[in-house]
Design a protein around this ligand. Structure first.
Ligand SMILES: NC(=O)c1ccc[n+]([C@@H]2O[C@H](COP(=O)([O-])OP(=O)(O)OC[C@H]3O[C@@H](n4cnc5c(N)ncnc54)[C@H](OP(=O)(O)O)[C@@H]3O)[C@@H](O)[C@H]2O)c1
Length: 297
C-alpha cells in the first residue's frame, strides 16, 4: 500500500514512518519543510492550514495516517480546519481509509485541546471516507520533554493527585501500522501505556534517570482538564496496551528501541527526534500541548 503520513516529522511520525516501511508499505510524507526523498520515503512539501501541496499529497494513496497537529498553542488550526481541508481533498481523490490520531478522553473530557480533537474526530467520522480513530494516552517522549522543560527550576511543582498512563511511540506506531494495513475499523480505538502512575512517581523516576536532584513542592494544578485527568477520564483500560513502562523507557534494563532509524529517515532539524534524550536543557518543539502548564496553587 502507499500511505500518506501527515505529521511525519513529529514525535509519533518519526516512529510510524519506519514501522510502515518495515511492514512493506510505500510512504509519502507531508511536511512544511522542503526535504530530499530518501530511503523509500517520498517527501511532499505542504501545509494543512493554507492547503498548499495537499491535493498532490493525497493523490493515488491507499490510506492516510493523519498525525499532524498544532497542539494547544495552535488553537486547533491544524486539528480542525487543517483536518477539514485534508478530508475534502482526500474524498475528491477517492482515498479509501484515513486513520486519525486523537487523545484518550476526548469523549469524557472535551476541554481545551481535547475539544479540538473531538471536533476533528467528528469531521473524520462524517467525511464519507473509511475511517479509524486511534485515541492515545500521552507519549513517554512528550512527558520527558515537558519535564525537561522544568529542569531549570530550583523546585518542581508536583500535583500528586494526577494519574498518568504514558505510552511509547514505538508501540503506538506498531498498532497504527497494523490498523492501516487492515480495512477501516469505523470505530474509536483506545491505546495506552501499561501502567497508571502518579505525577510524583513520574517525576521521581525522571529525576533519577536525568541524574538531577530537585525538591518537589506539592501543588494542585487548576482547570477543567486537570480536574478531568484527576478523575481518571484521560486513562484507558482498553486492551491491548503498550508494554514499555515509564521506568523502563527512562531506565531500560537494556536498550529497547533505537531512534536512530527514525531520526535518519524523518526528523527535521527542529524535530524532537533530533534532540538528545535526557538532556536537561532540552526545549519543547511544537508538541501536542494538550495539558495546561502547572502553576502554583
Ligand atoms: N504527544 C503526545 O503525548 C500525544 C498524546 C496523545 C495523542 N497525540 C496525538 O498524536 C499525533 C502526533 O502527535 P506528535 O506529538 O507526534 O506531534 P508533534 O511531535 O507535535 O508533531 C507535529 C507534526 O505536525 C506537523 N504540522 C504542524 N503544523 C502543520 C501544518 N500546518 N501542515 C502540515 N503539517 C503540520 C509537523 O510537521 P512539519 O513541522 O514538518 O510541517 C509535525 O510533524 C497528534 O494527532 C496528537 O494529537 C499525541
Amino acid at each position: 500500500m502507499r500511505i500518506l503520513v501527515t505529521g511525519a516529522t513529529g514525535t509519533l511520525g518519526g516512529a510510524l514512518v519506519p514501522a510502515l516501511l518495515k511492514a512493506g508499505h510505500e510512504v509519502r510524507a507531508l511536511s512544511r519543510a522542503k526535504r530530499e526523498d530518501r530511503g523509500n520515503v517520498d517527501w511532499i512539501w505542504g501545509d494543512l492550514i493554507s492547503g498548499n501541496g495537499v491535493e498532490e499529497a493525497v493523490r493515488d494513496v491507499d490510506a492516510i495516517a493523519h498525525l499532524a497537529t498544532s497542539g494547544r498553542k495552535g488553537r486547533g488550526a491544524v486539528d480542525v480546519p487543517g483536518t477539514r481541508t485534508l478530508l475534502i481533498l482526500a474524498r475528491a481523490a477517492g482515498v479509501p481509509h484515513v486513520l486519525f490520531t486523537s487523545m484518550a478522553g476526548t469523549d469524557r473530557a472535551a476541554h481545551g485541546h481535547l475539544r479540538d480533537k473531538l471536533e476533528a474526530e467528528r469531521l473524520v467520522m462524517e467525511s464519507g471516507l473509511g475511517w479509524t480513530i486511534l485515541r492515545l494516552t500521552p507519549f513517554h517522549q512528550w512527558l520527558h520533554r515537558r519535564l525537561s522543560d522544568l529542569a531549570s527550576l530550583p523546585v518542581l511543582p508536583v500535583d500528586r493527585s494526577l494519574p498518568w498512563q504514558p505510552v511509547h511511540t514505538g508501540e503506538v506506531a506498531t498498532r497504527a501500522a497494523a490498523l492501516l494495513s487492515a480495512a477501516p475499523a469505523e470505530r474509536e480505538i483506545e491505546f495506552g501505556g501499561p501502567q497508571v502512575i502518579t505525577t510524583e512517581e513520574l517525576v521521581k523516576v525522571w529525576l533519577r534517570a536525568s541524574g538531577l536532584r530537585r525538591p518537589c513542592v506539592p501543588v494542585r494544578y487548576p482547570g477543567r482538564l486537570y480536574a478531568a485527568q484527576r478523575a481518571g477520564h484521560l486513562l484507558t483500560d482498553a486492551a491491548p496496551k503498550g508494554e514499555i513502562s515509564w521506568h523502563d523507557y527512562l531506565l531500560p534494563p537494556e536498550p529497547i528501541l533505537s531512534d536512530d532509524f527514525a531520526t535518519e529517515h524523518t526528523a527535521s532539524p527542529t524535530s524532537p527526534a533530533t534532540q538528545p534524550e535526557l538532556d536537561p536543557d532540552l526545549r519543547v518543539y511544537g508538541g501536542d500541548d494538550g495539558y495546561e502548564r502547572p502553576t502554583r496553587s
